[in-house]
Design a protein around this ligand. Structure first.
Ligand SMILES: [Zn+2]
Length: 1111
């Protein structure tokens, strides 16, 4: 299967690698200063004397290398020559055909003007009338006591309101099963969930009027694997076919909507839906999300694209709920804010009250509703905190109990526009025991029987699934005949959630950041492995036989990785709100899957780079390729393997998982500083040798240029004379000033002022760190909540930090070692995307702090006022406003892939490689919380603080872009889009090149580069995934894959400097070699007009899935 861009221009592929190593600097261990071990004296050891020894050593090294200068010069010359030839080659942009697979080494040629189709710029400049009410502007957030409904208001009604049209009540039994929180996934399954599912089969069968819904396929599938066929048939026939049991959403989990990236949101939904299709043949129609801590329109869009018609949300700010209730807008069509029509509309129900438990679902008064939770009957393990217990329903009390309950139903229904009301009946891990089923279902049936047999009550009450309810609602609101009930349209998101008072749930945007980062690493490895594996299956089809390629085994590893990543999207997993041992369980799963995915990647790459496929042999104990980067345990930082270099060339395979041809720096650790790097065609590759500062190896940075989704080949060998250029080092301690220049950037030290030059204008950006403490009030910050003790205090280290400056031909960097942060600013000297941004790497360690959170703050002269922008799930941008009427913690928002501030002339974007909480509290500022250590529980059920902090990496890129002046200044708009450069930079940041060393025994085999695409995909088209589809029996891969494409929305209004993008835009058009079949997002439905196509066209922002044959 191949994709091909309509021939816009030819491919350049090749790589520039550089590398070096050495062990000269062992003494530099001191330099790392072991702050963690001896905070009070470590740094002071570094006296000038030692620095001069260091300098001597560096000088010696340089002398050693100076003899190689000639060779370096030759390399440079050859690069320049290549540049020239590339420029010439560009003449043939339209028809020119640099023979595919034959790559020239080059740096992207400088005067490259992006071929952007002007029509593609219209999307971001469109304006259309919007139904969005900026609710936050209207609200006062006064938190009035509303009486029995504390966060609401008194609800009244007339007795005769239902005389002409009776009230329809659907009571929806549910059981919320967290796949890990206080217990691990397996422990919950063993202790509770399996009993709940077993009882569903028995207890629904007892009475066909009973109903139940189920959401988490992770649990359902585990249970399914453990039951016999007879039970499976009963589930399928009696429950699904008769409509007693409904699968809601059908994802692997009920995902966190703040921290999850849309890649993982789609993947876990696809995994759940694929499982359902293969095993039970049901297609979910309605989403059910009662517990995620805030809601994102991205999830609404994905459910719509997957073919769902309805959805339900619950955790929304109490003031917003109250406002929606007062306007009767709790049921609405949720529309994406870029959608000018209604194609993204999905019918959404927002639950009005405080919680999804029984006391807060039957109506406004929890004291009454609690009496209708029959699990709380006297003598049981749970009771009613309002001190009035439930009573069993008897002939003697049924009339009175019905009156009480009906009053609540009627009041609840007054918040909605139709005469049908939905009442969830359940809680966490409910319906585990047979007794509880009898208590709830028998007592409710008595209430319903009484209601339904008394016409004067004008009510029809029954158990229902959530889709039963939505079907009734649609009859009364959307279908003709009830125009008065037409439902409103709402756009935007529901962050940041507060459940009461000033308790904003902005802490979990950052909690357990080590695992938020690990999640992103696993995502990029999963995507890389999926794509490479699918390409390998296709390649094998063409070759005709498998040899012993482990297709089935790798398929199993992929499936397990999908499921572990899916599990981690759960709203207590990536959120960082589980118990310590549950966090370790998740971490171990992620870690094992990372190792397994590395196997899939090296197995596939092995097949693809072999010139003679018949020479393929799979021997797990003797790997052909070795992954360069290995994480030693679930809570450790990744480590690099050291490549032993000799005079015999050592081959390295570099995989580019992005859909754009790309030039990036690859770092390899080698055991000698005398290294040279060449491509498989023998062309030298620019390289830089740098020291590794804490052990005996040396990293070597190479510039690799690899075709889209392809595998490049490089050879490293010791240089007899010459080799890669060595970086220079300067150390600063007290005093001393220095500035580092590269391209658009100047960094001044020690002020850590970053100067960015862009088309003549210059901006100063200061990178600072700051501490937040927690409030002295009774309720304090915890895993969920951020309750700071006022504004942050600037980080002021007790002693001045050690600063190490590296200057090199490929990159330069400044590393500042504070007690709590090792902060690196890195500038790439690369003509291309990598050279456009400053990379920021922080290694944070707050393990010895008490109730502290550490933030990185960027202070700039951008006149952003109170406005800033954060992304939602890496999918779309949501404009934000910092509001003085809200407490500080309410002004923090989730940042999954980026945040930016702007004024009419400039946009400053912080791209992130991990989800973290962010804010812009002052004009010109952007800040992110990098880690939080909290010594107490925050009373949301977790029962512990957050004290399992680790040495945590966080990586960012900072991009300054010049905006085309807009007339009349900044009009607040509900829409904003990143530039293409920003999109591609984000892609590079999240999907680094993957390098693998060919084992020394296998060096004799002849290898070939692999180039699956004729050229880059259009700049605005992202290959979300190419995911092999399992065979019907589930035992291995089928000959099909799901191709998921996303056309990004982008803003053209940025200066047209050379951004180094090696791609164009095509109005969303993608040409394919072969026909593909459009399907719904998760393959469940064949889409309208779903005939196979060879050319497809995506609308801006659209995500579409296609079935493709792997041939
Ligand atoms: Zn939950």
């Amino acid at each position: 299967m191949m994709m091909k861009l309509s021939r816009q221009f030819t491919v350049f592929g090749s790589a520039i690698f550089c590398v070096v190593i050495f062990s000269l600097y062992l003494m530099l261990d001191h330099l790392q200063l072991d702050h963690t071990k001896s905070p009070n004296n470590g740094g002071d050891k570094l006296q000038n004397g030692q620095l001069s020894i260091l300098q001597d050593k560096i000088d010696r090294l340089e002398r050693l290398l100076s003899e190689n200068n000639e060779i370096i010069a030759n390399i440079r010359d050859s690069v320049i020559n290549l540049k020239e030839s590339v420029k010439d080659g560009r003449g043939g942009l339209d028809g020119g055909n640099m023979s595919q697979g034959h790559y020239l080494e080059l740096l992207a040629s400088p005067p490259l003007v992006l071929p952007i189709d002007s029509q593609d710029c219209q999307f971001a400049t469109r304006e259309f009338s919007k139904p969005l009410l900026d609710v936050y502007d209207l609200l006062t957030f006064d938190n009035h006591d509303g009486g029995v409904w504390k966060q609401g208001f008194d609800i009244t009604y007339q007795d005769n309101e239902w005389d002409s049209e009776p009230l329809q009540v659907f009571v929806v039994p549910h059981s919320h099963n967290d796949p890990g929180w206080l217990k691990t996934f397996d422990d919950y399954y063993r202790d509770q969930t399996q009993h709940i599912l077993n009882n569903i089969v028995v207890k629904l069968h007892e009475d066909s009027r009973r109903k139940m819904i189920w959401s988490e396929i992770s649990y359902f599938s585990k249970w399914w694997d453990n039951i016999d066929n007879q039970k499976r048939d009963a589930v399928k026939r009696y429950l699904f076919e008769q409509g007693q049991l409904e699968i809601t959403t059908g994802g692997w989990v009920m995902p966190d909507e703040a921290n999850s990236h849309y890649f993982a949101l789609i993947d876990q939904l696809l995994e759940g839906h694929q499982w359902l299709e293969r095993n039970v043949g049901v297609k979910p129609q309605t989403g059910w999300a009662v517990d995620p801590f805030g809601h994102s329109p991205t999830q609404a869009y994905l459910l719509k694209q997957a073919g769902l018609a309805n959805m339900l949300i619950q955790r929304v700010h109490y003031s917003v709920k109250k406002h929606f209730a007062s306007q009767e807008t709790l049921e609405f069509f949720w529309r994406q804010n870029w959608d000018p029509a209604s194609s993204t509309d999905i019918l959404c129900h927002m639950m009005p009250f405080y919680s999804y438990d029984v006391p807060h679902t039957c109506g406004p008064d929890p004291k009454i509703c609690c009496q209708f939770d029959f699990k709380r009957l006297p003598g049981g393990r749970v009771n009613c905190p309002w001190r009035v217990p439930p009573q069993p329903i008897t002939d003697g009390n049924v009339q009175q109990r019905v009156q009480m309950l009906l009053d609540q139903y009627r009041k609840k229904s007054k918040l909605f526009r139709t005469k049908v009301v939905m009442v969830p009946l359940g809680d966490d891990f409910r319906y585990a025991e047979a007794l509880e089923w009898d208590q709830q279902f028998q007592n409710y049936q008595k209430l319903f029987d009484y209601m339904n047999s008394h016409p004067e009550l004008h009510v029809k009450a029954q158990f229902g699934t959530i889709t039963d309810y939505f079907n009734a609602l649609r009859k009364l609101s959307i279908e003709p005949g009830h125009p008065s009930a037409s439902l409103p349209v709402v756009s935007g998101d529901f962050f940041t959630y507060a459940d009461r008072d000033d308790h904003y749930w902005s802490g979990y945007f950052t909690s357990r950041p080590f695992y938020k980062r690990l999640d992103r690493v696993l995502e990029s490895h999963l995507r890389a492995a999926e794509i490479l594996y699918s390409l390998t299956l296709a390649n094998i089809q063409r070759f005709g036989k498998l040899n012993d390629f482990p297709a089935v085994e790798n398929n199993r590893l992929l499936t397990e990785a999908r499921r572990n990543l899916g599990l981690f999207q759960h709203h207590d997993a990536i959120a960082g709100t589980g118990k310590d041992m549950v966090v370790i369980d998740y971490g171990t799963r992620l870690f094992h899957s990372l190792l397994n995915l590395n196997q899939v990647i090296v197995n596939s790459a092995h097949w693809l780079v072999l010139k003679d496929k018949s020479a393929y042999s799979h021997n797990p104990s003797k790997a052909f390729l070795q992954m360069d980067d290995i994480q030693p345990s679930q809570d450790a930082l990744p480590q690099k393997n050291v490549l032993k270099i000799s005079s015999q060339p050592r081959s390295v395979v570099v995989y580019n998982p992005t859909e754009q041809d790309r030039t990036s720096v690859v770092t390899v650790y080698v055991n000698t500083p005398h290294v040279c790097v060449i491509t498989d065609h023998g062309h030298p590759v620019p390289a830089q040798v740098s020291a590794v500062w804490d052990d005996s190896t040396t990293p070597h940075q190479d510039l690799a240029q690899v075709p889209a989704l392809g595998l490049g080949l490089y050879q490293l060998s010791t240089a007899v004379s010459g080799g890669a250029e060595t970086a220079e080092y300067v150390f600063l301690r007290q005093g001393g000033e220095l500035s580092v220049n590269m391209k658009h950037f100047t960094v001044n030290i020690p002020q850590d002022r970053l100067k960015l030059k862009e088309n003549g204008s210059e901006h100063q950006i200061k990178v600072e760190f700051a501490w937040y403490g927690t409030t002295s009030n009774r309720d304090k910050s915890g895993a969920y909540l951020f309750l700071p003790d006022g504004e942050a205090k600037m980080y002021s280290p007790a002693r001045s930090p050690v600063i190490r400056v590296t200057k090199g031909s490929v990159f330069s960097e400044i590393t500042t070692s504070f007690d709590h942060v090792t902060h690196t600013l890195r500038l790439y000297n690369v003509q291309g995307v990598e050279g456009q941004a400053v990379e920021i790497c922080n290694l944070v360690d707050i393990r010895r702090e008490f109730n502290h959170e550490i933030a990185m703050r960027l202070a700039s002269d951008v006149d952003s006022k109170d406005r800033f922008f954060t992304d939602l799930n890496g999918f779309q941008i949501q404009p934000r406003r910092t509001m003085a009427k809200l407490p500080l913690q309410a002004n923090f928002y989730p940042m999954t892939s980026m945040a930016y501030i702007q004024d009419p002339g400039t946009r400053l974007t912080l791209l992130t490689a991990q989800s973290l909480g962010s804010a812009s509290l002052v004009s010109g500022q952007l800040e992110v919380i990098m880690d939080r250590r909290l010594n107490q529980d925050d009373n949301r059920g977790l029962g512990q603080g957050v004290l399992d902090n680790k040495v945590t990496p966080s990586t960012f890129r900072l991009l300054l872009e010049k905006r085309a002046k807009t007339d009349g200044g900044e009009k607040p708009s509900p829409l904003s889009y990143p530039s293409l450069l920003s999109h591609v930079s984000s892609l590079y940041l999240n999907h680094p090149l993957i390098s693998m060393a060919v084992s020394t025994e296998a060096q004799s085999l002849s290898l070939t580069a692999f180039t699956p695409l004729a050229s880059s995909l259009p700049c605005d088209i992202h290959l979300v995934n190419l995911r092999s589809i399992q065979s019907k029996d589930g035992g291995g891969p089928s000959d099909e894959a799901a191709l998921i494409l996303h056309r990004k929305g982008f803003d053209c209004a940025f200066s047209n400097r050379n951004t180094g993008l090696l791609c164009a835009t095509t109005q969303g058009k993608v040409n394919l070699f072969q026909s593909i079949i459009p399907v719904s997002l998760t393959l469940m439905h064949t889409t309208e007009g779903g005939s196979s196509k060879e050319e497809i066209r995506l609308k801006p922002m659209e995500i579409s899935t296609y079935r493709v044959q792997l041939t």
